[in-house]
Design a binder for this molecule. Structure first.
Ligand code: F6R
Length: 607
């Protein structure tokens, strides 16, 4: 996501900040900006596009000084424009902030505190800048603390005020911030990569902490405003390791990101009290929602499998006939679409050519077309008449992982939103939401088994073929598991619904053809176990994804990966992680280029 860099010391700040931003480029961004203290004032420069554009612009901006902050922005609220780029100020230019994260209650804050303020951008961050300005009475630390006490959301924040030169205030809640400790100088950044060339000694801020950093001291306060004696850690990572936050590959980092980013997908989009979801981006009145008689999911690859999960969710919760369609097929059929059809175009990149063409076709036919997209401002986001960003953050590995889980989470919320119109009670809605809120912890329990899954991958890595089996909501999980394994390990893998195996694929089975089956404790458990017995009778080695505590799973399989139980509709959010890890470890053990598999592109912009 966005990146923050700050510097306070005796050296010229500008080159340190610009180089620091370059170290953060890997996170993805679409604009950048920098602010420097200069002769009692703060000077700002911003640019849309690459850091090179910013670097060109600052050449003529005469920015000289030894204290400053800088930012790379990956758009979330508001398009990619210079006004929306950070640093942001209040009404006066003497205060600047850079912010990562999301201020959920920015509308309320604006209404409550900012009458008479002129807001120049569409960002939630600018509201925070104005709020700090409101509370500023000569002490930046106090103003930041007061403003943050009003905020609901997440932040990694750095702030400077012209009235207090040689001071940076930093704060963290849910969005990382690190302080690098040099000789009479400090570096601040959203991860360690911008500071590694200067210092290996760092302090990681914890949630709720606020730091006041001056030329010769760094004070860190906890939520109760007590000074903390924080441990200075020595970082042994090189820059590439730092960008992957110590993980060996971006894919593994992104798999481990899931418990955090799934929270971003659901945060602020539901009400437990009403047992309901409120996705404002749907942009439809209740009357229009009642007009919907059919739902169609359009997408490709992993996003298609997320759409398939969405089909199960919409049918079950909203009672609406729902189809998930591969976008490249949809556009060349004569699909039955009319003004009673709601179409979701689902895409991580928002640039997939087939999905764009399919959504245009659906629009031509008069459907309501909404996007479920990760990249803000992308073509699909722009061409749809509303929709929702999944907030997975930049996905850099070619194989999609965290975008899939966030798509599924958003689709489940949409299904609930429609379900609450007439089918789902408040109590049922609340039960689903409570179960959804438990998902991040359940994901962590799967991730904690990474080493065990690696040992299983070691055992099976040399097989040339395999079949994934699942039923019901776990059939799309099986499809996604097979796709992930084939695209990064190049092992031939297919997926079938458990009941379909006996109609053909069973002919393939032998001791050389493993089965990976999802047999968690849900309404189809017994049926799935019968299908597994059929495979076992043909001597196929069996790997099971089973529910914690299921003793039978051990008896009928060669290896089991246990996952925590959740509501059946939410199982893809947990079970898929086990398969992602299995594919990842298999590919690494086979020596494959996991982040950049052969023949694949991250964004498929051709038909
Ligand atoms: C699989 C994968 C692809 C994409 C597909 C759609 O790991 O990454 O199958 O899911 O190309 O891409 P988006 O979601 O960008 O439309």
């Amino acid at each position: 996501m966005c990146g923050i860099v700050g510097y306070i010391g005796k050296k010229e700040a500008l080159p340190i900040l610009i180089n620091g931003l370059r170290r953060l480029e890997y996170r993805g961004y679409d604009s950048a900006g920098v602010a420097i203290f200069q002769n009692g004032k703060i000077k700002k420069t911003k640019a849309v596009g690459k850091i090179d554009s910013l670097s060109e612009k600052v050449k003529t901006a005469d920015m000289v000084g030894t204290v400053g902050i800088a930012h790379t922005r990956w758009a979330t609220h508001g398009g990619v424009t210079e006004d929306n780029a950070h640093p942001h100020s209040g009404c006066q230019d003497d205060l600047v902030i850079c912010h990562n994260g999301i201020i959920e209650n920015y509308r309320e804050l604006k209404e409550k505190f900012l009458s008479g303020h002129t807001i120049k951008s569409q960002t939630d961050t600018e509201i925070l800048a104005h709020l700090i300005e409101v509370f500023y009475e000569g002490d930046l630390l106090t103003a930041v603390r007061k403003a943050l006490s009003e905020v609901r959301g997440t932040y990694g924040l750095v702030a400077m005020h012209a009235g207090e030169p040689n001071k940076i205030v930093a704060a963290r809640l849910g969005s990382p911030l690190v302080i690098g400790v040099g000789e009479n100088e400090y570096y601040i950044a959203s991860d360690t990569s911008p500071m590694l060339a200067h210092t290996k000694n760092v302090v990681f801020l914890d949630d709720g902490e606020v730091a006041e950093i001056t030329l010769d001291s760094m004070k860190i306060f906890n939520v109760d405003h007590k000074i903390m004696d924080k441990h200075v850690e020595k970082i042994e990572w090189n820059e590439a390791q730092a960008q992957k936050q110590g993980f060996d590959h971006f894919m593994l980092k992104e798999i481990f990101d899931q418990p955090t980013v799934v929270k971003d997908a659901i945060r602020g989009r539901f009400s437990l009290e009403d047992g309901a979801a409120h996705l404002g981006g749907l942009n439809m009145t209740d009357e229009q929602m009642h007009q919907v008689k059919r739902v169609v999911m359009l997408s490709c690859g992993t996003a298609y499998y997320a759409g398939l999960v969405g089909k199960y969710a919409f049918e079950r919760l909203a009672g609406l006939p729902t189809e998930a369609d591969v976008a490249s097929e949809f556009r060349y059929r004569d699909p039955i679409i009319d003004e009673h059809t709601l179409v979701f175009a689902i895409s991580q990149s928002g640039e997939t050519a087939d999905t764009i063409a399919a959504l245009r076709e659906a629009k031509r036919k008069g459907a309501f077309v909404r996007g479920i997209v990760n990249v803000v401002g992308s073509s699909i986001a722009r061409e749809t008449d509303g929709g929702t960003y999944i907030h997975a953050g930049p996905e850099l590995a070619v194989a999609s992982t965290k975008a899939y889980t966030n798509m599924v989470a958003v689709l489940i919320l949409y299904a609930l939103q429609f379900g609450r119109l007439n089918r789902v009670s408040v109590a049922t809605g609340e039960r689903l939401l409570r179960a959804l809120l438990e998902i991040p912890e359940k994901m962590k329990l799967v991730l904690a088994q990474s080493e065990k899954i690696k040992a299983i991958a070691q055992k099976y890595k040399d097989y040339k073929d395999c079949i994934f089996l699942g039923r019901g909501i776990n059939y799309p999980v099986a499809l996604e598991g097979a796709l992930k394994l084939k695209e990064i390990s190049y092992i031939h893998s297919e997926a079938y619904p458990g009941g379909e195996m006996k109609h053909g694929p069973i002919a393939l089975l032998s001791e050389n053809f493993p089965i990976i089956a999802i047999a968690t404790k849900n309404q189809l458990y017994e049926k799935m176990i019968s299908n597994i017995q059929e495979a076992k009778a043909r001597k196929a080695p069996i790997i099971l994804i089973a529910t914690e505590g299921d003793a039978q799973a051990k008896e009928i399989s060669d290896d089991v990966i246990y996952v925590p139980q959740t509501m059946e509709l939410l199982e893809p959010l947990v079970n898929t992680l086990a398969l992602q890890l299995f594919s990842y470890h298999t590919a690494v053990l086979l020596g494959k280029d996991v982040d950049r598999p052969r023949n694949l592109a991250k964004s498929v912009t051709v038909e």
